[in-house]
Design a protein around this ligand. Sequence first.
Ligand code: CMC
Length: 428
Amino acid sequence: MGDTASISYNGETYEFPVIEGTENEKGIDISKLRASTGLVTLDLGFKNTGSTKSAITYLDGENGILRYRGYSIEDLAENSSFLEVSYLVIFGELPTKEQFEKFNRDITQHTLVHEEIKNILDGFPSNAHPMGVLSALISSLTAFYPSSLDPNRSADEVYMSIIRIVAKLPTIAAWAFKNELGHPVNYPDNSLEYCSNFLKMMFAIPSEEYKPDPVVADALNKLLILHVDHEQNCSTSTVRIVGSSHASLYSSISAGISALWGPLHGGANQAVIEMLEAIRADGGDVEKYMAKAKDKDDPFRLMGFGHRVYKNFDPRARIIKKAADTVLAKLGVNDPVLEIAKGLEEVALKDPYFVERKLYPNVDFYSGIIYRALGIPTQMFTVMFALGRLPGWIAQWKEMRENNEPIGRPRQIYTGATERPFVNMGDR
Ligand code: CMC
């Protein structure tokens, strides 16, 4: 008999099992709570609630540890490629040479998207935010692959859905960008590896030869690896909960893209650059913005600071900060916004408000600066995050379905009006 935790209520004591993960994380299993006590729990923002057991990502926020399938983020960012890490998180183990060659080949063969997707794209106004376009077009894949809607598909068919979305997301993302520019789209170049192909679809123009810069492609590979998975969070839990209704992989990922879009989540990378540019345009007075961030009557927050789970440092931010210096030096970019960022970080890390609340730069604080150096426009930053997070979402969706998890359906504490009779409009 393992540990238990007891809850006393109304003169009775109830015992609940304490479950332990492989890294000794402990949680109270309250799945029988309502049946035995009539109570539910209330935990706004799920700050203390585990929604699932998962074997994909281990995150220790106090010690700044992030591992995918047991491999540290530092190790993977240094030694692996985005597609190899994608294979690892989705299928659970690093691929053998043969497995990787097949995965890579399958993806390369599915990079084209249906021509009719271009008609849908043409229907968007050119100022449409690429995240909205991306979410809509990913959802539209269900129309082109209706068999993906069958919840009882074979493992081979699920594999094909996975291959298609990993292969097509870069194409659709680049097309969403081209739509914003009002430019013709580029078709995939299957002679290039994943990141270089994406860069070419983003930046090539018909009349000129385009050769992706290996420094840029390498930096992109690293950035995408850092974003691959982050255990349960707003977008990932969205993917799992949408998928728990047996909705297709494509619709679940489309929902995840929408969840990622907000400025408190993936949208923060765009918000960080906008904030840094605003500070610069306003004379570069970092202290003024620090004061605004601390003023409870001012809705302004220091974007790129703070994290729900990292309370010491964000290991991804450390890797990115180092990479930002290297990439900027290699590309010979001198970005004044980087200086503002460094100044802001220095002041914030010493400020009691930020120290007491354990607010440190997160992954988004420096990622925007690298994206800028790579020539990626601000509106596309969150799309880049989505591109990186895709394998994590797929792995989480797959794990949830393979574990046969029940449909997600939280409870609530109702605080509205009690029963009252309808009043006719004339009498109100
Ligand atoms: N600037 C100023 N104050 C902040 C900030 C910030 N960036 N972040 C948190 N606080 C304060 C907050 O006002 C609160 O103060 P008090 O205790 O006096 O009320 C305290 O710190 C705790 O904040 P919280 O909002 O309760 O913390 P949370 O865990 O709910 O929110 C967060 C985490 C990331 C949403 C939040 O820190 C934030 O809004 N950061 C800015 C947006 C951002 O950079 N988001 C990217 C997150 S990393 C990418 C990803 O994984 O999605």
